[in-house]
Every structure is written in C-alpha cells, then in structure tokens.
Design a protein around this ligand. Structure first.
Ligand SMILES: C[S@@+](CC[C@H](N)C(=O)[O-])C[C@H]1O[C@@H](n2cnc3c(N)ncnc32)[C@H](O)[C@@H]1O
Length: 260
C-alpha cells in the first residue's frame, strides 16, 4: 500500500478497537514461552491495528513497538495501552515498506491478521535482518466469520450485508491456502517452524455482531455510505428475530512461528 492510498480500514477503527476479539491468554503465553520473553526482550507488532496483540504482550517484554500505517488505528491502540497501564510501548505510523534494520533487534515480531496485506517475501527478508539470533516471527490469525464462518446466524448476517453491498467477498466457509505460510517462513531462513492451533468458543451479543461487521475492511461503515444506519437497523432486527440469547461460534486461533 502506498503512502497516498487510503487505508482499507478507514472508518472501522473505533469498531475494530471495541469489537475485534484479542487472541486469548493461551496464545500470548505460548509465544512468551516459545521465545523466552522477559524484561530484556524487544517485540515488534507489525500491523498492530488497535493493539490486540501489542498491549497484552507488553506485559511480558521490556519494550514493544506497535507499527501500523493507519494512524487512527494506532491512536486506538495507544488508548488501549493507556487503559491497561502499559508504558513500555513505542508507536510508529508505518507499514512493512518502512521496516529498517535499525528498528531492531527484536526477540519477536508478531503479525496478527495483517500479513496478507504486506509484500510477504520482502517483509520476511526485512524481518530476518531485524530479528536477534534465537528470536523469531509469529503470524497469528483466526477465521473471519462473515465470509468464513459456518453458523446459521452468520449466514443471516452475510445475506443481509450482501443485499446492501456490491463487492462483498464470497461466503466460502473455511478455506485452505495454496501457499502455506509455514513453508514461506522456512523459505526465508526461519527454522523450527511450528503451527499451533487453539480451539475455543466465542459468544456474541447483538451489539458485538454489529460492531464486528463494521470492523471489517469490506463491511466498513464507509462501504455502506448513506445506507449505514438502515443496514444496522435491519441487522439488529434480523438478529432479534432469531430469538437467541447469545450467538455462539467455534473459533480456531492459529499461530505459525519460526526461529532465526
Ligand atoms: C485486521 S487488522 C489486524 C490488527 C491487529 N494486528 C489484530 O490482530 O487485531 C490489519 C491491520 O493491518 C494493517 N496493515 C494494512 N496494510 C499493512 C502493511 N502493508 N503493513 C503493515 N500493516 C498493514 C491495517 O492498517 C490494519 O490495522
């Protein structure tokens, strides 16, 4: 993405901060153990968004750098850090294209739901240079549920969004990537590459569902334009019609991590 391109997440930021779930203590603990995070460790969270990784991991490291090209997202992350009392985070408005060796060395670089936005091969080469020996990189993700989920209530959300938006991506359910990122990490010099999978259940309220939808780049408030309020009203009423107390889904959270 060039400096002049608008962020694909423009207008989502407040929703992203409030309604996108974090990855859970189990994932953060796994990374801490795997990469021996301690007070001497520096961590880079690239594509940090609203700080869903940056802030919890800052409790386990000496210094964390949160970096994202969307300035409003970085401001949301700053608020999250302040609310959690984390003072060991430095914020940089910048993208993968701004990675420089002098930013390092880092014990660990995390990229959560962000690697697919980057020039992946170049990013891994840049990160190899900024990673300290024995440190590593970790790609974190969970399935985005509007297009990849399998629940009936999610079908309803998708169907309604599709009535309003021309360019909604297809609802495919879970998909297998052709170009597995574990192989990509290995091809760029990272060893001991391991994929760790964490299963859990999430519950959503109606407010949570609405907020999650508006946190997605392809369902941002901006994409609905003047119809945003009408969509929200219809979405709330369609969810109420389902007469469910909470909306549940099985969630698979994944980390793919390799060592230098
Ligand atoms: C889906 S959000 C993920 C935020 C956070 N890491 C998380 O896990 O919740 C994707 C983030 O990637 C950022 N992003 C987009 N293009 C990027 C790039 N080329 N380099 C770094 N970050 C980028 C976006 O601004 C956005 O904040």
């Amino acid at each position: 993405m060039s400096e002049t391109d608008p962020s694909p997440f423009a207008s989502t930021e407040a929703y992203y901060a409030a309604y996108r779930p974090g990855y859970g203590d189990d994932v953060i603990e796994y990374l801490c153990e795997r990469f021996d995070l301690d007070e001497a460790a520096r961590v880079l969270d690239l594509g940090c968004g609203a700080g869903q990784i940056t802030v919890p991991i800052a409790a386990h490291a000496g210094e964390v750098v949160g970096m994202d090209p969307n300035e409003a997202m970085v401001r949301e992350a700053e608020k999250r850090a302040a609310a959690a009392g984390r003072e060991n985070v430095e914020w940089i408005v910048g993208s993968d294209a701004d990675l420089r060796p002098e930013l390092g060395p880092f014990r660990l670089t995390t990229m959560g739901r962000s690697f697919h936005w980057m020039d992946q091969e170049k990013t891994l080469d840049s990160l190899y240079a900024t990673t300290e020996p024995g440190g590593g990189v970790a790609l974190l993700g969970d399935e985005e549920w509007v297009t990849r989920g399998t629940e009936a209530w999610q079908d309803d959300v998708y169907a309604l969004a599709d009535e309003y938006l021309d360019d909604l991506p297809e609802r495919t359910g879970p998909i297998e990537y052709d170009d597995p990122w574990d192989e990509l990490l290995a091809a760029h010099g990272f060893t001991d590459v391991e994929t760790a999978v964490f299963e859990s259940e999430r519950e959503w309220t109606i407010d949570g569902v609405v907020g999650y939808v508006f946190s997605l780049s392809y369902c941002s408030p901006e994409t609905f334009g003047e119809e945003r309020e009408a969509f929200e009203r219809d979405l709330r009423s369609r969810l109420r019609e389902r007469d469910e107390e909470v909306f549940t889904e099985d969630v698979t959270r994944t980390t793919i991590a390799g060592r230098k």
